[in-house]
Ligand binder design. Sequence first.
Ligand code: PHE
Length: 445
Amino acid sequence: MENRGNFATKLGIIAAVAGSAVGLGNIWRFPYLLGQNGGAAFFLVYLLCVVLMGIPVMMAEMSLGRMGGRNASGAFKALGRPKWSLLGKMGVLCAFLILGFYYVVAGWTLEYTFQAIKFDFIGQTPGDLADSFAAFSTHNIRPIVTAVAFMIITCLVVSFGVKKGIENSSRMLMPILFIFIIVLAIRSVTLPGAMEGLKFLFKPDFGKITADVVLSAMGQAFFSLSIGMGCLLTYGSYVKKDVNLENTTFQVVTIDSLVAVLAAIAIFPAVFSMGLDPGQGPQLVFVTLPHVFNQMPGGSIFAIIFFLLLVVTTLTSTISLLEVVTAYFGEEFNMKRGKAAVVASLINVPLVVLASLSLGQLGHIQLFHCNIFDFLDKITSQIFMPLGGLLICIFVGWILPGKDLHESLSNKGKIKLRIWSVFYFLVRYVSPVVILLIFLGQFLR
Ligand code: PHE
């Protein structure tokens, strides 16, 4: 992979990084975790995690990537610290594990798009919707077919290097998705009994904050922002010197948080209005939203467009995940881009199959009290990513000379940095200590 290519415009970088960040993490995972972890309390801890760890780690990771100018592992070698390339390899492994369950949910979005096109939701009660989700997601073959279809699409995009096309279109589609979620949110808060849902979202019960809730909120912050596993390190390596990474970080974090919050506002009032359990888990979005569509004039058309947009935002996230592995295989093992993407995808297939089956037939296989799907979700978001973030902070804050970092972030003084000292303080002291404390909190229960 000689010609690495760069993001051509500043907007292109924001589109790509936001494309990676905004995905199922915001629309599927955030609401369901929020529902399971007591609502507003979780939300508050989540926002704190975004500020204390999300922003600093994101900026640190992207600047590290730009300075290294290579894949997640090679970057450390390029910076003269070959031993640290293990951290990059950990990121590559993490990308594999995330893709293991992410493709499964991505497949669900494909299935729901087809169902919307066939007008399947019409006339279904919440109970029917829950049953039909359960029947589909526990099936031995159907969800595997859709997951593999999603894999193939992702692999094609990454191997043909048509990322630019995807980024351009997602740059246009993202605002549309945004508007759609706002419309959904408006419909949801005007349903009868919606107030309860808003209270659940915005009136924190501090008694609900436990070590577990904090760990899950931190995991969600890392997951949703795509940080701590080499993804933004890889994307950072494609960013030109004159780009202001402070701005990129702020913009992406704002977009990502807004989408998550709006998704929650679209979901919880409806959940309470329907009398459903907010803590029902991964099925939450797939049961609730079709019901909201059913309550809207023109809802069936709206549903089709919504699920299509969801497929596209999910695709920009799977692309970024596969890119971590592809860039690594390509540069470290000298493979052509297409071959690297295909090999990476093929190795992933068994994991995806296992993750999907673990929701049905293979549900009895338990690892640390979780089925395979949940296990992959938990070890990546609650262990790999925060640990990766911690090590990135140590590397950027303590090993890399501060002068070099400042020089790169400010493009030798040409870019005026607004939060340099706050950022550097957070990266060196606050983020790593908070991550460690949250880890330790698990043992002190
Ligand atoms: N941030 C993505 C989402 O919220 C998931 C992701 C995680 C993408 C890690 C890339 C790397 O859906």
